[in-house]
Design a protein around this ligand. Structure first.
Ligand code: SAH
Length: 222
């Protein structure tokens, strides 16, 4: 199948899952900007060579080091829930392949992204340079502490399942900002949560969907 067809099929599958989950997410269909970002992002350049034939399937795929590139529907819905504006600054925890960051970078001004596994951070950095994503900055480290230098963030997205919402990330969220994060102790019990900080700095947390993410590493007790 030619690439254009594969991407069209992927968009159709994401749209169908959107309709199926609209009662939980409040999102019935892909907006034009997110749709364009998905169409323009070559997922085949973010997966290992061995998985290249499945690159445009609506599934997570292994990227080595026990980690995965998220399912495209999940990337789409998490991005959507952030309700980004063109001038926004976003923090991502869990760079992985860099695919999620690449999508975000087309919908906001600047993406900062932290990856625990140094090799993956380096690979993602090379990938961003080669593909020309020049508004993404990657570092290797423990995202539990966030990245205070660039805070506060309009949006924060965590792509590994934590047992609780890290305090430093709540602190680094701007008033009026949104965070999406999977929370759960085991693979079988994880809930994608949407955290909204109001203008007074109070937070409201909503459960959106059951999800399956790799575990958050290096979580600290608070
Ligand atoms: N957003 C990625 C998904 C990667 S899977 C993509 O689009 O491909 C989740 C990633 O989170 C893994 O690469 C894992 O190493 C990373 N991770 C887990 N705990 C972390 C932590 N405390 N800080 C930063 N990254 C973390």
């Amino acid at each position: 199948m030619v690439m254009r067809k594969k991407i069209q099929r992927l968009l159709d599958e994401i749209e169908s899952e959107y309709r199926f989950t609209r009662g939980m997410t409040g999102k019935a269909m892909l907006g034009p900007e997110l749709r364009r970002a998905i169409s323009n992002t070559p997922r085949d350049k973010f997966v290992p060579l061995a998985s290249i034939d499945s690159a445009f399937d609506n599934h997570p795929l292994s990227i080595g080091y026990g980690q995965t590139i998220s399912q495209p529907y999940i990337v789409a819905i998490m991005t959507d829930l952030l309700e980004l504006k063109a001038d926004d600054v976003v923090l991502e925890i869990g760079t992985g392949s860099g695919y999620q960051a690449a999508i975000l970078s087309q919908l906001c001004r600047q993406v900062y992204t932290i990856e625990y596994v140094e090799e993956l951070a380096e690979q993602a950095r090379t990938r961003f340079e080669r593909l020309g994503y020049d508004n993404i900055v990657t570092i290797s480290g423990n995202g539990f502490d966030g990245w205070p230098e660039h805070a506060p963030y309009d949006g924060i997205i965590v792509t590994a399942a934590a047992t609780h919402i890290p305090g430093p990330l709540i602190e680094q969220l701007k008033a009026g900002g949104r965070m999406v994060i999977p929370v759960g102790r085991t693979y079988s019990h994880q809930e994608l949560k949407l955290v909204i900080k109001n203008q007074q700095g109070d937070i409201d947390v909503k459960d959106i969907l059951s999800v399956v993410f790799v575990p958050f590493q290096g979580e600290r007790n608070e």
